[in-house]
Design a protein around this ligand. Structure first.
Ligand code: F6P
Length: 337
């Protein structure tokens, strides 16, 4: 059977289904090309001297890894000149990056986490790149942070790449979720997982359980019930997984179901949660919903949250629908608070 490449897939989406305009197709192809280059850098590991910290901090006060800095630059350089963007924003930059005046400007905004889970890079565990695409608001010619503060429901595309044993690119333009695998010999993205669906039920959960003493009552109740397994109210055993790399944990959920939680707790309450809304929670929530799953803060659909800041954080509960709905129900029950 003939292989379908990313380019063919996007042209097909543009041509027959008219889901994506030419500029959006270009944008996705440019991001996918940059991701290939990132995959090469990540794959070199210690040989290229790229591991370790960069002796700098990002806007969140986190120590930047050398690869955080390099991957951010790669995405900026790849996307600044094509004429498809009005501005970019990134986890690694306090303010948005305006498209230089020497290049034409387009109608989209691109926001990304260039290397998610980068604490894993030095131990050779999967990391990834997450991105989200929004329309630049009408009439805005020099977008500031304000232009990016749109609810996730307005995303026109979102995706992530995972740099694992294989490199995958998982994408949605609002017509389901499709996964591509990088054929390293040919340098091509090949469609390997079309129309990915997350099972509604699951026996697998992902949470950083070392924070259990800080959890709120509804999360504690939910996890206690899972841990009680066959002998508890759920009357079945559950398995726990935690990669500490959101892309890897979400990728597993897309592959075989599961629930992922980074909830609000006593320790992260002052920050509003742990994960970033615009370039972590929103793109993943869009992907998960498009695959038939659900994504909530515990109280509200993530895609409905009105952002107040570029680097805002939110609590995240996402994955198999019936489990996410149960966690939301526990949050709503007064007795459990
Ligand atoms: O923001 C980042 C992130 O690294 C996610 O990719 C991951 O899910 C989470 O933080 C890991 O958090 P912790 O260090 O608490 O396990």
């Amino acid at each position: 059977m003939a292989r379908v490449t990313l380019t063919q897939f996007l042209i097909e989406q543009q041509r027959s289904a008219q889901h994506i305009p030419a500029d959006l197709r270009l944008l996705i192809e440019v991001v996918a090309r940059a991701v290939k280059v990132i995959s090469v850098h990540v794959g070199k590991g210690a040989v290229a001297g790229l591991l370790g910290s960069a002796d700098s901090e990002n806007v969140q006060g986190e120590v930047q890894k050398k690869l955080d800095v390099i991957t951010n630059e790669l995405l900026l350089q790849a996307n600044e000149w094509g004429g498809h963007l009005a501005a970019m924003a990134s986890e690694e930059m306090e303010e948005p990056f305006p498209i230089p005046n020497r290049y034409p400007k387009g109608e989209y905004l691109l926001v990304f986490d260039p290397l998610d889970g980068s604490s894993n890079i030095d131990v050779n565990v999967s990391v990834g790149t997450i991105f989200s695409v929004l329309h630049c608001p009408e009439g805005v010619t020099d977008p500031t942070a304000e232009a990016f503060l749109q609810p996730g429901s307005r995303q026109v595309a979102a995706g992530y790449a995972i740099y694992g044993p294989a490199t995958n690119l998982v994408l949605t333009v609002g017509t389901g979720v499709h996964g591509f695998t990088l054929d390293r010999e040919f340098g091509a993205w090949v469609l390997t997982h079309s129309d990915i669906r997350i099972p509604e039920d699951t026996k697998e959960f992902a949470i950083n359980a070392s924070r259990s003493r800080f959890w709120e009552a509804p999360v504690k109740r939910y996890v206690d019930e899972l841990m009680a397994g066959r002998d508890g109210p759920r009357e079945q055993d559950f398995n726990m997984r935690w990669v500490a790399s959101m892309v890897a944990d979400v990728h597993r959920i897309l592959a075989r179901g599961g629930i992922f939680m980074y909830p609000m707790d006593e320790k992260n309450r002052a920050n509003g949660g742990h994960l970033r809304l615009l370039y972590e929670a929103n793109p993943m929530a869009f992907i998960v919903e498009q695959a038939g799953g659900a994504a909530s803060t515990g109280h509200q659909r993530i895609l409905d949250v009105q952002p107040k800041g570029l680097h805002q954080r939110v609590p995240v509960v996402l994955g198999s629908k019936n489990e996410v709905e149960r966690v939301v129900r526990y949050h709503a029950e007064p007795a459990a608070r």
